[in-house]
Design a protein around this ligand. Structure first.
Ligand code: GMT
Length: 375
């Protein structure tokens, strides 16, 4: 197949899933064309089957807001016509699904019928999408998609609850590529962070409010009071400055390191003992899956799709959103005993294997074929 993939090219979960999916499809011999405004963060190598088309938005003094959606639709028309694509797959509804619908309509005037699949990732529904600012366009473009997928049953339920959906939604969970995410021998790094063999806890995110990063810090304070430990805060975003301030006011700065955005996240996960994800809302929790693949159990909230990933008492624990005391107590239970920690680490890997890329990729390929055949 010749597949066009539209996504946000950043470190965000939807962009990561789109890029990893495209790479895996290219490995299977499909031709994959990424269409976005800059090179996707994880598209960092050459493959004969991978192509990148940049959407450039022309600025003009009249524009307070440059019309990215129009530029994207025009680029889609151009790429579909000249590369003779079979299908478009857009990740994150806003504004990709409506741009794809517009491109599809324009292409019909050239006698080209191209189907498009929209994958909903989370905040495009739960936070931003259901806001009246975008809701009519999101509803319309989901219903006009030739195929719609969500990354969890929970997100499918949320979509059907908040929007008037007339289209069938297929759940295809996120996946993990074990050729990248697996335990790496990084003992020297572990020694540098935890010279006295302290436990290492980790949080990775975009530090937005929805991630409740302050809960991570407060939870860690309680854990640190009982168990010698260090906390790695990986990523960057609007809450980071507040979190750094919170560490100072709680007097735990010497035990917390803010590492900023990191490429080799699997290496940092490889020295970690426990992953913390107390999110307010999480459609899937890809970062927790990446941790589990590197044998790191997870303490998470029970929001959204997290119960579809984390298995309470097996590869981690779940608590109600905001229940920092419960999360800390469960973290201490895992960390205070070597044998329990070892078992949870093994179980984390076992659970991650349920989401092996090799198992999930065929679901997407079959879905594309079904959508193309229905045209
Ligand atoms: O978590 C974020 O804020 C980023 C966001 C995105 O769209 O890039 O992540 C969402 O999509 C990921 C990949 O499908 C999911 O693993 C995340 O759970 C989801 N985030 C939320 O629902 C808050």
């Amino acid at each position: 197949m010749k597949i066009g993939i539209v996504c946000y090219p950043t470190f965000g979960g939807s962009g990561v899933v789109a890029t990893e999916l495209g790479k895996a499809l290219a490995d299977e011999g499909h031709q994959v064309h990424f269409i976005t405004y800059s090179q996707p963060a994880r598209l960092d190598f050459f493959s004969e089957n991978l192509f990148y088309h940049e959407v450039s938005v022309r600025d003009y003094p009249l524009f307070d807001y440059a019309p990215y959606e129009s530029a994207l639709a025009s680029k889609l028309v151009d790429v579909v016509r000249f590369e003779k694509l079979d299908i478009l797959h857009v990740h994150y509804a806003i504004p990709h699904a409506s741009a794809a619908f517009m491109a599809k309509q324009i292409l019909e005037t050239y006698g080209i019928n191209i189907p498009f699949v929209t994958t909903l990732h989370g905040t495009d529904i739960t936070l931003v999408g259901k806001d009246p600012t975008y809701k009519p366009v999101v509803t319309f473009s989901i219903n006009k998609s030739d195929g719609v997928t969500t990354v969890s049953q929970s997100l499918k339920d949320d979509t059907e609850k908040h929007f008037e959906i007339t289209n069938e939604i297929q759940v295809i969970p996120n996946f993990i590529d074990f050729s990248r995410f697996s335990l790496k021998p990084k003992d020297h790094f572990k020694k540098a962070i935890a010279p006295n063999n302290e436990r290492i806890l980790i949080h990775t995110s975009n530090f937005r409010k929805v991630k409740r990063t302050a809960d991570v810090i407060r939870m860690f304070q309680k854990i640190q009071a009982k168990i010698p430990s260090k906390l790695l805060m990986v990523g960057d975003g609007p809450e980071r400055a507040y979190d750094e301030q919170l560490c100072r006011s709680l007097g735990i700065c010497e035990h917390v390191r803010f590492l900023g955005k990191q490429d080799a996240i699997e290496e940092i996960l490889s020295v970690s003992d426990l992953f913390l994800m107390p999110s307010e809302s999480e459609s899937f929790g890809l970062a927790a899956l990446e941790a589990m693949a590197c044998k790191v159990p997870a303490i998470t909230s029970n929001a959204g799709g997290l119960p579809e990933l984390n298995v309470d008492g097996f590869c981690g624990y779940m608590s109600n959103v905001g229940d920092v005391d419960d999360m800390a107590a469960k973290a201490i239970h895992i960390l205070e005993n070597d044998a329990i920690l070892k078992q949870f680490k093994e179980n984390a890997l076992t659970r991650a294997k349920d989401f092996d890329l090799k198992k999930i990729l065929p679901f997407y390929i079959n879905y594309y074929n079904k959508v193309i055949e229905a045209q």
